[in-house]
Design a binder for this molecule. Structure first.
Ligand code: ADP
Length: 187
């Protein structure tokens, strides 16, 4: 939608580099990069009520419920820094979440502009995930998160392709090349 705002979703498997690229694009575009994974990890670290609720789910590689995520995302996207748009990293992750996001955007008379889909071969994903070594990155958990991604999140690729929003970017290159390709894809 040409309303001078820019609403971008980053889509891709765990380990595809969404977080890094979201930060870089945010800098280039002067938009906030909103990572639901980082928000949830911060809640866990702060031992807030939300953190206590999601900790177990996250460390097992499962998804936090759509209802809980809807509340988290609605509150975040209503903040002032989202007035000119945003880059979403890690949301939506299920078809139900695509509907919630569409409703949020509709309620403020705007729409999604681009879905940047980052592709990376499986072997590379596993290699990268094991290098990260976060609490939720143990080998079994990495495998589980990839399985959950295939089952719950991969269907979003077709969903957004049909909506004409999908921009596919080869993520198996240097970080600079990927950033450049993403900038090109949204021009
Ligand atoms: P990734 O390494 O795939 O980028 P994230 O850091 O985005 O992972 O997310 C870490 C964990 O937080 C997920 O495995 C999941 O448990 C939870 N999470 C983050 N975003 C969502 C979401 N949109 N829906 C459900 N759970 C989520």
């Amino acid at each position: 939608m040409d309303d001078g705002k820019l609403h971008i979703v980053l889509l891709g498997p765990p380990g595809s580099g969404k977080g890094t690229q979201a930060q870089r694009l945010a800098e280039e575009l002067s938009l906030p990069a909103i990572s639901t994974g980082d928000m949830l990890r911060a809640a866990v670290a702060a031992k807030s009520a939300l953190g206590e609720q999601v900790h177990g789910v996250m460390t097992s590689g499962q998804l936090v419920s759509d209802e809980l995520m809807a509340a988290v995302v609605k509150e975040r996207l209503a903040m002032d820094d989202c007035d000119a748009g945003f880059l979403l990293d890690g949301y939506p992750r299920t078809i139900a979440q695509t509907e919630t996001l569409a409703q949020i955007l509709e309620s403020i008379d705007t729409e999604l502009d681009h879905v940047l889909y980052l592709t990376v071969p499986d072997e590379e994903l596993v290699r990268r995930a094991l290098l990260r070594q976060r609490e939720d990155d143990k080998e079994e958990v990495v495998a589980e998160r990839l399985r959950v991604y295939r089952e719950e999140t991969e269907p979003l690729v077709d969903h957004y392709r049909r909506a004409g929003l999908l921009r596919t970017v080869d993520g198996n290159r240097s970080m600079d090349e990927v950033t450049a390709a993403m900038m090109e894809a949204i021009r």
